[in-house]
Design a protein around this ligand. Structure first.
Ligand code: SF4
Length: 393
């Protein structure tokens, strides 16, 4: 049998955006057909018709079943990618994500899972994801930028209605899962007005969403940009000219000119502060299910963002965070080299370093060391709105 690449290939460090150590993408291409989808950009090499020529990775459950018994590292598994949605319509018949859910609910090593989707089809697997949540933690991330259904029909024609997505969030929250909203991309001149953003935050607060991650539209020159502009010319032709002006610099990253990002930030910030809505998955949420050594890494990275946003000098924190990453990476590589170490070696090694002062020396900063001790030894949790360390639940 030919060698296949590993499905569960752990990252060196958990990724900040998804918090994930492992990623699974059951499909490639996406029938949700969002007009702004970044996955159309040439850099992702998705050939053919992005919405119809879907790659269905039918062997994923079998590969997962083969790899799970010998998996050694606890960490978040994230379903989805920039070029697919794990619960797009083909999942109804193929059940690749659904079968993976069952395998993860019963796996030897309890792994937390995160699913990012625009489909209420995820409700089909609620019972299984609840089992995963009870054992290890489950996060549902739903993309939602507006409550205007005509916008959804024009720009996200294959995805669930906005009302269905909100209901999905409510149901998973009631089931005890962490739920977040990816409020991106706010479309320029369409869904980025303060009153529209406020309505969205009101609905999210009513659904008791744990966090809302806002973001603007990037349009990479080429297929993605052309496709969006064509859809816009049919939906709101008058917006074509101002949109072209925003993206006239043709940056390879797809970013609009710098002032546009600042304007969106200025619209969103007072609203999210008013709702006391974190824009990152809160420490209190992820510390429940990410192992402490990775959890501290994610916390430092979040703090760099949170403090910088408030204009605080983060040089000392940055140095401590970098030193911590280097130390953690060294430990992790040692663990991966030595197959005879027990599965919980990293956890044990970290706990020992936190107790005996090694961690203080690694951080090289007394204030940060005291902070880390309160997090690790007293279960302190940073509140992302007040930036105060509070006791754990
Ligand atoms: S759901 Fe996500 S992956 Fe699918 S088309 Fe929309 S933006 Fe792209």
């Amino acid at each position: 049998m030919p060698d296949r690449a590993k499905l569960l290939k752990p990252a060196d460090l958990p990724e900040n955006f998804t918090r994930a150590l492992y990623k699974i993408a059951p499909y490639r291409g996406c029938a949700h057909g969002c007009r702004y989808c970044d996955g159309r950009a040439e850099r992702y090499y998705v050939e053919g018709d992005y919405e119809r020529d879907l790659e269905i990775r039918g062997d994923i459950p079998e590969r997962l079943a083969a790899e799970l018994p010998s998996l050694r590292e606890r960490g978040m598994v994230s379903f989805g990618s920039g070029v697919t949605d794990s619960y797009q319509p083909v999942e109804r018949a193929n059940t690749i994500t659904g079968r993976c859910a069952v395998l993860l609910a019963d796996s030897r090593l309890a792994l937390p899972v995160q699913v990012m989707t625009k489909s209420s089809l995820v409700l089909r697997d609620l019972k299984t994801w609840s089992r995963v949540n009870d054992r290890a933690g489950f996060v549902l991330l739903v993309s939602l930028t507006s409550l205007d259904e005509s916008l959804r029909v024009a720009m996200e024609p294959g995805a669930s209605s906005f009302a269905e997505r909100l209901e999905t969030l409510r149901v998973f929250k009631e089931a005890g899962c962490v739920v977040g909203v990816l409020a991106m991309p706010f479309l320029p001149f369409i869904s980025d007005a303060p009153d529209s953003i406020r309505r969205l935050y009101t609905a999210c607060a009513e659904a008791k969403v744990d966090f809302v991650m806002p973001g603007g539209l990037t349009l990479r020159p080429g297929r993605q940009k052309d496709f969006y502009l064509h859809a816009l010319s049919e939906y709101r032709p008058k917006l074509l000219e101002p949109t072209l002006a925003l993206y006239a610099e043709e940056r390879p990253s797809g970013m609009p000119f710098a002032g546009a990002g600042k304007r969106l930030f200025e619209s969103v910030t007072p609203i999210r502060r008013e709702f006391r809505m974190p824009y990152l998955m809160p420490h209190r949420a992820f510390a429940r299910f990410i192992p402490p050594h990775d959890s501290l890494r994610l916390l430092f990275r979040d703090m760099l963002e949170l403090y910088a946003e408030r204009g605080v000098d983060t040089a000392a924190l940055h140095a401590g965070a970098e030193a911590y990453d280097a130390w953690l990476l060294g430990l992790r590589r040692a663990f991966r080299r030595r197959r005879n170490l027990p599965d919980d070696w990293l956890e044990e090694r970290f706990a020992e370093a936190a107790r005996d002062g090694e961690l203080d020396r690694v951080l090289g900063n007394e204030r940060l060391a005291v902070f880390a001790r309160r997090v690790n030894l007293e279960n302190g949790r940073l509140d992302y709105s007040s930036l105060r360390l509070e006791g754990s639940v």
